[in-house]
Design a protein around this ligand. Structure first.
Ligand code: MTE
Length: 381
Protein backbone atom coordinates (compact mmCIF):
# COMPACT_ATOMS: atom_id res chain seq x y z
CA UNK A 1 0.00 0.00 0.00
CA UNK A 2 2.84 2.41 0.73
CA UNK A 3 4.08 1.89 -2.83
CA UNK A 4 0.65 2.83 -4.17
CA UNK A 5 0.62 5.96 -2.06
CA UNK A 6 4.08 6.79 -3.33
CA UNK A 7 2.77 6.52 -6.88
CA UNK A 8 0.21 9.30 -6.37
CA UNK A 9 1.64 12.48 -7.88
CA UNK A 10 2.61 14.82 -5.08
CA UNK A 11 0.46 17.72 -6.31
CA UNK A 12 -2.66 15.55 -6.43
CA UNK A 13 -2.01 14.16 -2.95
CA UNK A 14 -1.62 17.67 -1.57
CA UNK A 15 -4.76 19.05 -3.16
CA UNK A 16 -6.82 16.09 -1.91
CA UNK A 17 -5.51 16.42 1.59
CA UNK A 18 -6.01 20.16 1.77
CA UNK A 19 -9.53 20.77 0.43
CA UNK A 20 -11.42 22.00 3.49
CA UNK A 21 -15.20 21.77 3.62
CA UNK A 22 -17.75 24.24 4.87
CA UNK A 23 -21.33 23.03 4.66
CA UNK A 24 -23.13 25.08 2.07
CA UNK A 25 -20.23 26.91 0.43
CA UNK A 26 -20.02 26.16 -3.29
CA UNK A 27 -16.52 27.26 -4.29
CA UNK A 28 -13.36 25.26 -3.47
CA UNK A 29 -11.74 26.19 -0.16
CA UNK A 30 -8.09 25.09 -0.47
CA UNK A 31 -6.13 25.14 2.79
CA UNK A 32 -3.58 27.61 1.48
CA UNK A 33 -6.36 30.21 0.98
CA UNK A 34 -9.01 29.60 3.64
CA UNK A 35 -9.70 28.64 7.23
CA UNK A 36 -13.17 27.17 7.58
CA UNK A 37 -15.14 28.42 10.59
CA UNK A 38 -18.53 26.69 10.81
CA UNK A 39 -20.62 27.81 7.80
CA UNK A 40 -18.02 30.49 6.97
CA UNK A 41 -14.62 30.58 5.25
CA UNK A 42 -11.97 33.09 6.33
CA UNK A 43 -9.32 34.24 3.85
CA UNK A 44 -5.75 33.60 5.04
CA UNK A 45 -4.40 37.12 4.96
CA UNK A 46 -0.95 36.00 3.81
CA UNK A 47 -2.57 34.51 0.69
CA UNK A 48 -3.44 38.06 -0.45
CA UNK A 49 0.26 38.86 -0.99
CA UNK A 50 0.68 39.53 -4.69
CA UNK A 51 -3.04 39.40 -5.52
CA UNK A 52 -3.32 43.09 -6.40
CA UNK A 53 -5.74 45.57 -4.94
CA UNK A 54 -8.83 43.55 -5.89
CA UNK A 55 -9.45 40.27 -4.12
CA UNK A 56 -10.09 37.50 -6.67
CA UNK A 57 -13.42 35.72 -6.07
CA UNK A 58 -11.37 32.53 -5.50
CA UNK A 59 -9.78 34.19 -2.41
CA UNK A 60 -12.75 36.21 -1.10
CA UNK A 61 -14.05 35.28 2.38
CA UNK A 62 -17.57 33.85 2.72
CA UNK A 63 -19.88 34.67 5.61
CA UNK A 64 -23.04 32.56 5.41
CA UNK A 65 -25.67 32.38 8.14
CA UNK A 66 -26.93 29.16 6.51
CA UNK A 67 -26.00 27.85 3.06
CA UNK A 68 -25.44 29.34 -0.38
CA UNK A 69 -28.73 29.04 -2.33
CA UNK A 70 -28.53 28.08 -6.03
CA UNK A 71 -30.71 30.70 -7.75
CA UNK A 72 -31.66 30.84 -11.43
CA UNK A 73 -30.87 34.35 -12.69
CA UNK A 74 -33.52 34.09 -15.43
CA UNK A 75 -36.26 33.31 -12.91
CA UNK A 76 -35.04 35.75 -10.22
CA UNK A 77 -37.17 38.77 -9.33
CA UNK A 78 -36.74 41.60 -6.87
CA UNK A 79 -39.93 42.79 -5.15
CA UNK A 80 -39.95 46.34 -3.76
CA UNK A 81 -42.89 46.86 -1.41
CA UNK A 82 -44.19 48.72 1.65
CA UNK A 83 -46.02 51.85 2.81
CA UNK A 84 -43.03 53.98 1.80
CA UNK A 85 -44.03 53.62 -1.86
CA UNK A 86 -46.61 55.89 -3.48
CA UNK A 87 -48.20 52.99 -5.41
CA UNK A 88 -48.22 49.24 -4.88
CA UNK A 89 -45.38 46.73 -4.89
CA UNK A 90 -43.10 46.64 -7.94
CA UNK A 91 -41.11 43.76 -9.41
CA UNK A 92 -37.80 43.96 -11.27
CA UNK A 93 -36.15 41.14 -13.21
CA UNK A 94 -32.39 41.02 -13.72
CA UNK A 95 -32.97 42.21 -17.31
CA UNK A 96 -34.93 45.21 -15.92
CA UNK A 97 -32.00 46.11 -13.67
CA UNK A 98 -29.50 45.75 -16.50
CA UNK A 99 -31.51 48.18 -18.63
CA UNK A 100 -30.96 50.89 -16.00
CA UNK A 101 -27.72 52.93 -16.03
CA UNK A 102 -24.91 50.93 -14.41
CA UNK A 103 -22.34 52.12 -11.89
CA UNK A 104 -19.01 50.51 -11.02
CA UNK A 105 -17.35 50.96 -7.66
CA UNK A 106 -14.35 49.47 -5.82
CA UNK A 107 -15.35 48.65 -2.25
CA UNK A 108 -14.46 46.31 0.55
CA UNK A 109 -16.94 44.05 2.30
CA UNK A 110 -15.81 43.40 5.88
CA UNK A 111 -17.60 41.56 8.64
CA UNK A 112 -18.26 43.67 11.77
CA UNK A 113 -16.54 40.92 13.77
CA UNK A 114 -13.34 40.83 11.69
CA UNK A 115 -10.40 40.73 14.15
CA UNK A 116 -12.67 39.45 16.94
CA UNK A 117 -10.19 36.88 18.35
CA UNK A 118 -7.81 39.73 19.21
CA UNK A 119 -10.14 40.81 22.03
CA UNK A 120 -9.18 37.52 23.71
CA UNK A 121 -5.60 37.00 22.53
CA UNK A 122 -4.37 40.60 22.76
CA UNK A 123 -6.67 42.11 25.42
CA UNK A 124 -7.64 39.07 27.54
CA UNK A 125 -11.40 39.74 27.08
CA UNK A 126 -14.16 37.20 26.42
CA UNK A 127 -16.40 37.85 23.40
CA UNK A 128 -18.95 35.74 21.49
CA UNK A 129 -19.27 35.11 17.74
CA UNK A 130 -17.33 33.59 14.84
CA UNK A 131 -13.65 33.58 15.91
CA UNK A 132 -12.24 35.49 12.95
CA UNK A 133 -8.63 36.60 12.84
CA UNK A 134 -8.33 39.25 10.04
CA UNK A 135 -9.49 37.53 6.90
CA UNK A 136 -13.19 38.45 7.04
CA UNK A 137 -12.58 41.15 4.44
CA UNK A 138 -12.16 41.39 0.69
CA UNK A 139 -12.14 44.24 -1.82
CA UNK A 140 -13.77 43.91 -5.23
CA UNK A 141 -14.91 45.97 -8.17
CA UNK A 142 -18.70 45.81 -8.07
CA UNK A 143 -20.97 46.70 -10.97
CA UNK A 144 -24.69 47.19 -10.68
CA UNK A 145 -27.46 49.70 -10.50
CA UNK A 146 -27.86 52.39 -7.88
CA UNK A 147 -30.44 51.41 -5.26
CA UNK A 148 -31.63 55.04 -5.46
CA UNK A 149 -32.61 54.57 -9.14
CA UNK A 150 -34.58 51.41 -8.36
CA UNK A 151 -36.36 52.96 -5.37
CA UNK A 152 -37.33 56.03 -7.42
CA UNK A 153 -38.65 53.84 -10.25
CA UNK A 154 -40.66 51.89 -7.68
CA UNK A 155 -42.36 55.14 -6.62
CA UNK A 156 -40.54 56.29 -3.49
CA UNK A 157 -42.70 58.38 -1.15
CA UNK A 158 -41.21 61.48 0.48
CA UNK A 159 -42.41 59.97 3.80
CA UNK A 160 -40.13 56.88 3.54
CA UNK A 161 -37.41 56.64 6.23
CA UNK A 162 -36.01 53.08 6.14
CA UNK A 163 -35.57 50.27 3.64
CA UNK A 164 -34.97 46.60 4.53
CA UNK A 165 -33.43 44.23 1.97
CA UNK A 166 -33.94 40.51 2.68
CA UNK A 167 -32.02 37.52 1.36
CA UNK A 168 -33.42 34.42 -0.35
CA UNK A 169 -31.25 32.03 1.68
CA UNK A 170 -32.88 29.76 4.31
CA UNK A 171 -34.23 30.97 7.63
CA UNK A 172 -31.51 31.44 10.21
CA UNK A 173 -32.03 29.27 13.29
CA UNK A 174 -29.81 30.13 16.28
CA UNK A 175 -27.90 27.53 18.31
CA UNK A 176 -30.73 27.49 20.91
CA UNK A 177 -33.31 26.71 18.21
CA UNK A 178 -34.91 30.15 17.72
CA UNK A 179 -35.93 30.80 14.11
CA UNK A 180 -35.04 34.41 13.24
CA UNK A 181 -36.36 34.19 9.68
CA UNK A 182 -34.39 35.19 6.62
CA UNK A 183 -31.37 37.50 6.86
CA UNK A 184 -32.60 41.11 6.64
CA UNK A 185 -31.26 44.36 7.97
CA UNK A 186 -32.76 47.85 7.85
CA UNK A 187 -30.86 50.63 6.14
CA UNK A 188 -31.67 54.33 6.68
CA UNK A 189 -33.02 55.91 3.50
CA UNK A 190 -30.26 58.55 3.48
CA UNK A 191 -27.60 55.85 3.04
CA UNK A 192 -29.78 53.86 0.62
CA UNK A 193 -30.03 56.92 -1.65
CA UNK A 194 -26.35 57.82 -1.31
CA UNK A 195 -23.90 55.20 -2.63
CA UNK A 196 -25.59 51.80 -2.27
CA UNK A 197 -25.61 49.42 -5.27
CA UNK A 198 -27.67 46.45 -6.28
CA UNK A 199 -24.61 44.63 -7.64
CA UNK A 200 -24.75 41.92 -10.30
CA UNK A 201 -21.03 41.76 -11.16
CA UNK A 202 -17.92 41.19 -9.05
CA UNK A 203 -14.52 41.90 -10.67
CA UNK A 204 -16.06 41.89 -14.15
CA UNK A 205 -17.90 38.55 -13.82
CA UNK A 206 -21.46 37.69 -12.81
CA UNK A 207 -21.63 37.39 -9.01
CA UNK A 208 -20.49 33.90 -7.95
CA UNK A 209 -23.07 31.82 -6.02
CA UNK A 210 -21.37 32.31 -2.64
CA UNK A 211 -21.28 36.10 -2.98
CA UNK A 212 -24.94 36.70 -3.76
CA UNK A 213 -25.74 35.50 -7.28
CA UNK A 214 -27.59 36.92 -9.10
CA UNK A 215 -27.87 40.23 -7.14
CA UNK A 216 -26.62 41.49 -3.78
CA UNK A 217 -26.83 44.77 -1.95
CA UNK A 218 -23.46 46.51 -1.66
CA UNK A 219 -23.24 49.12 1.08
CA UNK A 220 -19.81 50.78 0.80
CA UNK A 221 -17.84 51.37 4.04
CA UNK A 222 -20.50 49.83 6.28
CA UNK A 223 -20.37 46.59 8.28
CA UNK A 224 -20.70 43.54 6.00
CA UNK A 225 -24.15 42.51 7.30
CA UNK A 226 -25.62 45.54 5.48
CA UNK A 227 -24.56 44.05 2.13
CA UNK A 228 -27.39 41.50 1.92
CA UNK A 229 -26.64 38.69 -0.57
CA UNK A 230 -29.21 36.95 -2.80
CA UNK A 231 -31.59 39.86 -2.26
CA UNK A 232 -35.22 38.90 -3.02
CA UNK A 233 -37.24 41.81 -1.68
CA UNK A 234 -36.84 45.25 -0.20
CA UNK A 235 -39.37 46.73 2.20
CA UNK A 236 -39.69 50.52 2.06
CA UNK A 237 -41.23 52.00 5.21
CA UNK A 238 -42.46 55.31 6.59
CA UNK A 239 -41.55 54.05 10.10
CA UNK A 240 -38.19 52.86 11.46
CA UNK A 241 -37.69 49.14 10.79
CA UNK A 242 -36.20 46.51 13.06
CA UNK A 243 -34.85 42.99 12.68
CA UNK A 244 -32.59 40.88 14.93
CA UNK A 245 -29.72 42.13 12.76
CA UNK A 246 -30.08 45.71 14.01
CA UNK A 247 -31.39 44.98 17.53
CA UNK A 248 -29.84 41.81 19.03
CA UNK A 249 -26.74 41.78 16.81
CA UNK A 250 -24.56 44.46 15.26
CA UNK A 251 -24.79 46.88 18.17
CA UNK A 252 -22.22 47.35 20.94
CA UNK A 253 -23.25 45.66 24.20
CA UNK A 254 -21.63 45.55 27.63
CA UNK A 255 -20.37 47.95 30.28
CA UNK A 256 -20.41 51.50 28.97
CA UNK A 257 -23.32 50.81 26.61
CA UNK A 258 -27.09 51.11 27.25
CA UNK A 259 -28.92 47.81 28.06
CA UNK A 260 -30.46 47.76 24.57
CA UNK A 261 -27.00 48.29 23.11
CA UNK A 262 -25.53 51.17 21.12
CA UNK A 263 -27.23 52.51 18.02
CA UNK A 264 -26.98 49.95 15.17
CA UNK A 265 -23.48 49.70 13.71
CA UNK A 266 -22.93 51.55 10.47
CA UNK A 267 -19.41 52.38 9.27
CA UNK A 268 -16.51 49.98 9.53
CA UNK A 269 -13.49 50.87 11.60
CA UNK A 270 -9.75 51.20 10.93
CA UNK A 271 -7.32 48.25 10.58
CA UNK A 272 -3.82 47.32 9.41
CA UNK A 273 -2.72 43.75 8.75
CA UNK A 274 0.55 42.16 7.62
CA UNK A 275 0.40 39.63 4.77
CA UNK A 276 2.39 37.25 6.91
CA UNK A 277 1.40 34.10 8.80
CA UNK A 278 1.00 34.40 12.56
CA UNK A 279 4.32 33.31 14.15
CA UNK A 280 6.13 33.47 10.79
CA UNK A 281 9.86 32.68 10.90
CA UNK A 282 12.30 35.22 9.41
CA UNK A 283 16.07 34.93 9.08
CA UNK A 284 18.29 37.23 11.12
CA UNK A 285 20.70 39.48 9.23
CA UNK A 286 18.66 39.42 5.99
CA UNK A 287 16.54 42.17 4.53
CA UNK A 288 12.85 41.24 4.40
CA UNK A 289 10.25 43.12 2.40
CA UNK A 290 7.15 43.04 4.60
CA UNK A 291 3.81 43.81 2.96
CA UNK A 292 0.36 44.52 4.29
CA UNK A 293 -2.89 46.38 3.84
CA UNK A 294 -4.78 49.07 5.78
CA UNK A 295 -8.34 50.30 5.42
CA UNK A 296 -10.97 52.41 7.12
CA UNK A 297 -14.73 52.85 6.88
CA UNK A 298 -14.33 56.49 7.84
CA UNK A 299 -12.15 57.75 4.99
CA UNK A 300 -9.16 56.86 2.85
CA UNK A 301 -6.02 55.61 4.63
CA UNK A 302 -3.34 58.22 3.97
CA UNK A 303 -0.54 57.03 6.22
CA UNK A 304 0.76 53.80 7.75
CA UNK A 305 3.47 53.73 10.43
CA UNK A 306 5.54 50.69 11.29
CA UNK A 307 7.28 49.72 14.52
CA UNK A 308 9.46 46.69 15.23
CA UNK A 309 10.46 47.77 18.75
CA UNK A 310 7.10 47.62 20.57
CA UNK A 311 6.15 51.15 19.60
CA UNK A 312 9.27 53.00 20.80
CA UNK A 313 10.14 54.19 17.29
CA UNK A 314 7.94 54.39 14.19
CA UNK A 315 8.69 54.92 10.52
CA UNK A 316 6.43 55.34 7.53
CA UNK A 317 5.54 52.44 5.26
CA UNK A 318 5.54 52.99 1.48
CA UNK A 319 1.98 53.13 0.14
CA UNK A 320 1.34 51.31 -3.14
CA UNK A 321 -2.18 52.56 -3.89
CA UNK A 322 -3.73 55.97 -4.21
CA UNK A 323 -5.74 56.40 -0.98
CA UNK A 324 -9.44 56.01 -1.78
CA UNK A 325 -12.45 56.03 0.50
CA UNK A 326 -14.09 52.60 0.76
CA UNK A 327 -11.02 50.72 -0.45
CA UNK A 328 -7.75 49.56 1.12
CA UNK A 329 -4.15 50.59 0.50
CA UNK A 330 -1.32 48.11 0.07
CA UNK A 331 1.95 49.02 1.77
CA UNK A 332 5.44 47.68 2.28
CA UNK A 333 8.41 48.20 4.52
CA UNK A 334 11.90 46.69 4.65
CA UNK A 335 13.16 45.09 7.83
CA UNK A 336 16.54 43.57 8.66
CA UNK A 337 16.21 41.85 12.06
CA UNK A 338 19.58 41.51 13.80
CA UNK A 339 19.01 39.35 16.87
CA UNK A 340 17.40 35.90 16.85
CA UNK A 341 14.40 35.45 19.13
CA UNK A 342 10.75 36.48 19.29
CA UNK A 343 9.78 39.83 17.77
CA UNK A 344 6.59 41.80 17.27
CA UNK A 345 5.55 43.74 14.19
CA UNK A 346 3.20 46.71 14.53
CA UNK A 347 1.43 48.71 11.80
CA UNK A 348 -0.75 51.75 12.54
CA UNK A 349 -2.98 53.49 10.00
CA UNK A 350 -4.24 57.08 9.86
CA UNK A 351 -7.22 58.03 7.70
CA UNK A 352 -8.40 61.27 6.08
CA UNK A 353 -10.62 62.04 9.09
CA UNK A 354 -7.44 62.15 11.21
CA UNK A 355 -8.31 58.95 13.01
CA UNK A 356 -5.33 56.85 14.14
CA UNK A 357 -5.50 53.23 15.29
CA UNK A 358 -5.44 53.11 19.11
CA UNK A 359 -3.43 50.77 21.36
CA UNK A 360 -6.57 48.99 22.63
CA UNK A 361 -10.20 48.66 21.54
CA UNK A 362 -12.99 49.32 24.04
CA UNK A 363 -14.57 45.96 24.89
CA UNK A 364 -18.02 44.93 23.64
CA UNK A 365 -19.52 41.52 24.35
CA UNK A 366 -19.97 40.48 20.71
CA UNK A 367 -16.46 41.55 19.74
CA UNK A 368 -17.29 44.02 16.97
CA UNK A 369 -15.13 46.72 15.36
CA UNK A 370 -11.68 45.71 16.61
CA UNK A 371 -9.43 48.62 15.63
CA UNK A 372 -6.39 48.41 17.92
CA UNK A 373 -2.86 48.13 16.52
CA UNK A 374 -2.24 44.40 16.09
CA UNK A 375 0.86 42.95 17.75
CA UNK A 376 1.90 40.44 15.09
CA UNK A 377 4.29 37.84 16.53
CA UNK A 378 7.22 36.52 14.47
CA UNK A 379 10.30 34.49 15.26
CA UNK A 380 13.75 35.60 14.07
CA UNK A 381 16.25 32.77 13.70
N1 MTE B 1 -26.79 38.10 3.13
C1 MTE B 1 -27.53 36.97 3.26
N2 MTE B 1 -28.64 36.86 2.53
N3 MTE B 1 -27.16 35.96 4.09
C2 MTE B 1 -26.02 36.05 4.86
O1 MTE B 1 -25.70 35.11 5.59
N4 MTE B 1 -24.12 37.48 5.53
C3 MTE B 1 -23.77 38.90 5.73
C4 MTE B 1 -23.74 39.64 4.40
N5 MTE B 1 -24.93 39.36 3.64
C5 MTE B 1 -25.24 37.25 4.77
C6 MTE B 1 -25.66 38.24 3.83
C7 MTE B 1 -22.51 39.12 6.38
S1 MTE B 1 -22.52 38.99 8.09
C8 MTE B 1 -21.38 39.51 5.70
S2 MTE B 1 -19.95 39.89 6.52
C9 MTE B 1 -21.36 39.58 4.23
O2 MTE B 1 -22.61 39.21 3.67
C10 MTE B 1 -20.29 38.66 3.67
O3 MTE B 1 -20.24 38.73 2.27
P1 MTE B 1 -19.42 37.63 1.44
O4 MTE B 1 -19.85 36.27 1.91
O5 MTE B 1 -19.71 37.90 0.01
O6 MTE B 1 -17.96 37.84 1.76
Amino acid sequence: PSRLADAVPAALAVSRASAARAPGIVKPLPDELFTVRGTNAETKFESLAGTGQLTPASHFFVRNHTTTPRLDAAAWKLTVWGDGLTGGAREFTLADLKRLPSTTRTAFVECAGNGRTLFATQQGQAVSGTPWTFGAIGTARWRGVRLADVLRRAGLSHRAVDVMPRGLDDDYVTADGTNLGRVRRPLPLAKALDDVLLAYEMNGEPLPPDHGHPVRVLVPSWVGIASVKWVGDIEVSTKPLYSPWNTDFYRLFGPGHPPEGSTPLTRQTLKSVYELPWNATLRAGERHRLTGRSWSGGGAVTRVDISTDHGTTWHRARLHDVPRHGSWVRWSTDWRPRTPGPATLLARATDTTGRVQPGTTAHNTQGYLFDAVVRHPVTVE
